[in-house]
Ligand binder design. Structure first.
Ligand SMILES: [Zn+2]
Length: 309
């Protein structure tokens, strides 16, 4: 039918050869103020869309699905001291956001409000929080058409913030102290006995204070990952891979970049090790670890990591 043909060739304004048709469609939709994912033959919706299903290597179906714009933060990393190439000149968070209707998440910046340099992460910043994109008025068909994400509901008030500064910031501070010495610190929950990393004062599962500081090795297993085709100042190249690494002995995985391996060779269960910046560049920053890269060890069977996805 002629209408089918029209659908196939229509890339409203933004199709360029360099990014390929799938990501080109994604960027074109962004320019129009929409987010789309692509459906895999298995029914999952990938955002940002890729030409191949990262799980099976099969071509995706070509069916684009509008997602979001509201989404859920699946993980986050607070940047207390932004660098000059960062999108904000004040503290902000990198977040992985899974738009409603999507099965994967994309990396973007979250504007959590105005904080002084070096401030602790605000209490409302947490996995599961709802966020929505802040669109630029003038859009050009790049990921930058989303200026940033914003919290969907503002729950902060000065009293809560004060309380948090008194009681809630010690774990992150302690974690960064460890990182400044090349150590990765977690905290053990007395109920479920899981080691939470980065260390937290409260077990997210049981809601009880953690009681024991535990140093973890900088070696672990990649549990899940996403291939990202959008440039990121922290990533060495495009495409780059972001993923969750379950450090040996940890009870929760850590979000990080994966490098030192072509994106199409990254596997669930792959054993990886932290690549640290040179020691003289260390500071109390999660940026001391540039990324994780593969080590020459056999992959961990899926059964052993399936509870940590
Ligand atoms: Zn627990």
């Amino acid at each position: 039918m002629p209408s089918d043909v029209n659908h196939v060739v229509e890339f409203p304004g933004g199709y360029t050869r360099s990014v390929g048709p799938v990501i080109g469609r994604f960027l074109s939709e962004l320019r129009d103020g929409r987010m789309v994912g692509v459906r895999t033959s298995g029914g999952r919706v990938l955002v940002p869309p890729t030409e191949y299903d990262p799980d099976t290597g099969d071509d995706v179906t070509g069916e684009f699905v509008e997602v979001g714009p509201v989404g859920t933060v699946t993980t986050w990393s607070w940047v207390a001291h932004p660098a000059k190439e960062h999108p904000f000149d004040r503290p902000f968070a990198w977040v992985l956001v899974r738009p409603d209707g999507a099965d994967t998440a994309l990396v973007h910046a979250l504007d959590a409000g105005v904080f002084d340099a070096g401030a602790e992460a605000p209490k409302f910043l947490k996995t599961g929080m709802r966020v929505r994109p802040k669109w630029r008025a003038e859009r050009t068909g790049t990921i930058g058409d989303i200026e940033c994400f914003l919290p969907e509901v503002t729950m902060i008030n000065p009293q809560a913030k004060l309380e948090f500064r008194l009681s809630g910031g010690r774990a992150l501070h302690r974690y960064l102290e460890g990182i400044a010495q090349g150590r990765i610190l977690g905290s053990r929950c007395p109920v479920c006995e899981a080691v939470i990393v980065p260390m937290k004062e409260t077990c997210p599962r049981d809601g009880v204070p953690t009681t024991e500081e535990v140093e973890l090795p900088d070696v672990g297993t990649l549990t899940t990952y996403a291939v990202n085709n959008i440039p990121d100042p922290r990533a060495p190249e495009v495409p780059f891979v972001s993923g969750y690494v379950l450090l040996d002995g940890a009870g929760v995985p850590l979000l990080t970049l994966i490098a030192g391996v072509p994106a199409d060779q990254v596997r669930m269960g792959m054993r990886v090790k932290a690549a640290w910046k040179p020691r003289e560049e260390w500071s109390p920053s999660v940026g001391n670890i540039k990324w994780f890269e593969p080590v020459d060890e056999p992959d961990v069977p899926f059964d052993e990591i399936k509870d940590y996805l």
